[in-house]
Design a protein around this ligand. Structure first.
Ligand code: CP
Length: 333
């Protein structure tokens, strides 16, 4: 494996092998496996889980890591091609990223969506331009429309809780005061389809995921016997569901138009997951969310603090699956 950027770049068997390796590293720790190896982590956007779990994972395998958050103790980094750099940024990614890559054995990059041009974000314009500057194994720490580390951790979580391969996963839009990126819903949709699940995207009008995102998931479902469809009807979508995966994202019908986006979401505060949502679901139906989550805005306390919530286990699983990714990238076995 040369890079970990998109689950769709890997054969399904390779994804399953990473999950198997993550379980093995939990059962049989290898504290010297990556001795002498260095992981660089470049965060152009904030993080709690991704940053901490990669540093912890590298340390647990005997390696070390450094973190760069441009503008916070390091130079601000310009990423736009052709920019006239007479503003705050003192360094361009074209110099900064190859320099960072020269110090480490693998580099992770987080670069969120710009949020203005849907076509550019769907094409991963920023992440791909940065990735082209890296001559080492590369890890996507979350890009405009992908978060493979989250997706892999979520797959492991589904396995850990014995969620049936063909079970129903409802990826439900949830309210947030701001339009959030499409990265997690896109990655989770693809992951669940690749796992072979019956996936229902539950969302209000105007918040459909882009056709290219749906098509990618449908191709994965075709490989694995899963299915993908959309619904605006909560009771119908949740009937017999095994998982409600709550996630906030921006209105694709007016992407980049802040005023129209605010108007559309103003009437949607009722999309906060509550216990009553689970009435038509399977008895053992669980709540997933990638975190961070706004309590009583996206998901109510009663759900997050109740027995259905497995969000902390999801977050924990970032550690073992990323250790498997690091092991495969840096040790190659
Ligand atoms: N889920 C996730 O990626 O969390 P962070 O943004 O805190 O890294």
């Amino acid at each position: 494996m040369k890079r970990f950027v998109d689950l769709a770049e890997l054969p399904r068997e390779e994804v399953l092998a990473l999950l198997e390796l993550s379980g093995r590293l939990q059962r049989e720790p290898q504290p010297r496996a990556l001795a002498g190896k260095i992981l660089g982590l470049l965060f152009l956007n904030p993080s709690l889980r991704t940053l901490a779990s990669f540093q912890a994972g590298m340390a647990r395998l005997g390696g070390s890591s450094f973190v760069i958050t441009p503008g916070q103790g390091t130079w601000q980094l310009e990423t736009r091609p052709g920019a006239v750099m007479d503003g705050a940024a003192a360094e361009h990614a074209r110099e900064g990223i190859p320099v960072l890559a020269s110090y480490c054995d693998a580099l992770g990059i987080r670069a969120f969506a710009d949020g203005r041009d849907l076509a550019a974000d769907l094409a991963e314009t920023t992440f791909n331009a940065l990735a082209a500057l890296v001559d080492k194994p590369l890890i996507n720490l979350e890009s405009a429309v992908n978060h493979p580390c989250q997706a892999l951790a979520d797959w492991k979580t589904l396995e850990d809780f014995g969620v049936p391969r063909g079970g129903r996963l409802v990826l439900s839009w949830a309210y947030h005061p701001r339009p959030l990126p499409l990265a997690v819903p896109s990655a989770v949709l693809h992951m669940a389809a690749l796992r072979g699940m019956e996936v229902v995207v539950l969302r209000p009008e105007g918040f459909a995921l882009p056709p290219s995102v749906m098509d990618k998931a449908r191709r994965a479902a075709a490989l694995s016997g899963g299915s993908v469809r959309e619904s605006e009807d909560r009771r119908e979508a949740l009937a017999g569901a095994h998982i409600v995966y709550a996630k906030e994202w921006g209105a694709t019908a007016c992407y980049g138009d802040a005023a129209e986006e605010a108007r559309r979401r103003a009437g949607l505060t009722g999309w906060c997951v509550r216990n009553e949502w689970f009435e038509p679901a399977a008895t053992e139906c669980r709540l997933m969310h990638c975190l961070p989550v706004r309590r009583n805005v996206a998901v109510a306390d009663e759900v997050l603090d109740g027995p259905r919530s497995i969000v902390r286990h999801q977050a924990y699983n970032r550690l073992p699956v990323q250790m498997a990714v690091l092991y495969r990238l840096l040790k190659g076995l």
